[in-house]
Design a protein. Structure first.
Length: 333
């Protein structure tokens, strides 16, 4: 056994003395990220891999087939293993947060995250950073919904990060998925299902740990849980039309589109002022671009800017079918 592996085994033993709740960040701050990552390998912490594969694999291989330009938020990002796997799979817009300042700094240094912060989840939505709310196509949460880590209230934080129609993917040890279980994760999710905030898309059973593993890292039945945000004002069918138009323009999957692409695909024949002869087609395109902030003055539009604009347009169009048809006609090229 080499020195790093020996340290990893010793580190796994230290989890017997985990502190409660908000002290968990300081507990992880005492660890070396490289040793922690080795420990994940030693104890067969397979949860992170199951979650990442669900994001990047195509639907015919058991994944969701999420486009590479989608915005992903990694709740409880730790040392950044999910960010690493998604980056290696071609994703370019991953952000995250974790209770450990040391782990967040390590994850940021690897270049896998566009942004990452250190804070404790589950303190209430009024204390959750506004900059993360309503911006993400996918939220992942690995190794966080268990005793002494994130409380059930953190599920509300994860939900708040999603765009309407966005996916929330997490996993728990199977005993924690039982209704009435004392830690309350399943009961909180059932409450959110009943409130129409989330719907359950599917589950998958898997194993974690080893038969001769150390206590909490011994072999355990586990369950992957896939959910979708069902509230927020933009229905799933409208969001699908919004996404389809964006990804039609974002041919590289970068998460950004350029004004030149818009000029090539925007069907100005549908614009009422062009129809009436009050403005030209070029003027209609300029009017459209003015709707987006361009902080870099580089002529690009991000997926979040696109979604925000069309969410406001959606709010003004009552008929669902009319909105979807309008999106298809305007971006039909």
């Amino acid at each position: 056994m080499d020195a790093v592996t020996k340290k990893a085994v010793d580190l796994a033993q230290s989890f017997k003395a985990m502190p409660p709740g908000e002290e968990i960040g300081a507990f992880y701050d005492n660890m070396e990220p490289e040793v922690y990552n080795k420990m994940l390998e030693v104890v067969n912490f397979s949860e992170k891999d199951e979650i990442a594969k669900t994001v990047y694999l195509p639907t015919d291989q058991g994944g969701l087939g999420v486009p590479r330009g989608a915005a992903v938020f990694d709740a409880g990002c730790g040392t950044g293993e999910i960010g690493r796997m998604l980056t290696e799979a071609g994703f370019s817009h991953v952000e995250g947060a974790d209770a450990s300042e040391k782990f967040v700094e390590h994850a940021k240094q690897q270049g896998w995250y566009k942004d990452a912060d250190a804070f404790y989840f589950g303190r209430g939505l009024d204390q959750f950073p506004a900059k993360y709310k309503g911006r993400f196509d996918v939220v992942t949460a690995s190794g966080v919904f268990l005793p002494n880590h994130m409380p059930p209230a953190a599920l509300e934080d994860c939900h708040s990060c999603l765009k309407p129609g966005g996916y929330f993917i997490t996993a728990v040890r199977t005993y924690l998925w039982a209704q009435g279980e004392k830690h309350g994760y399943r009961d909180k999710l059932d409450e959110m299902f009943a409130q129409g905030k989330l719907k359950l898309i599917g589950t998958k059973d898997f194993k974690r740990g080893h038969k001769d593993g150390i206590e909490m890292f011994s072999e355990m039945d586990s369950i992957l849980v896939i959910m979708q945000r069902t509230d927020g004002g933009v229905s799933a069918s409208r969001q699908e039309a919004i996404d389809a138009a964006f990804f039609k323009l974002d041919l590289t999957g970068s998460g950004f589109i350029h004004s030149i692409d818009i000029r090539a695909c925007y069907n100005t024949n549908m614009h009422p002022l062009v129809v009436s002869g009050d403005i030209t087609a070029d003027e209609a395109i300029l009017k459209f671009l003015v709707n987006f902030s361009d902080s870099n003055n580089d002529g690009t539009i991000s997926k979040s800017e696109w979604d925000s604009y069309y969410a406001s347009v959606s709010a003004k169009i009552e008929n669902e079918g009319h909105f979807v048809d309008l999106m298809r006609q305007v971006w039909k090229n």
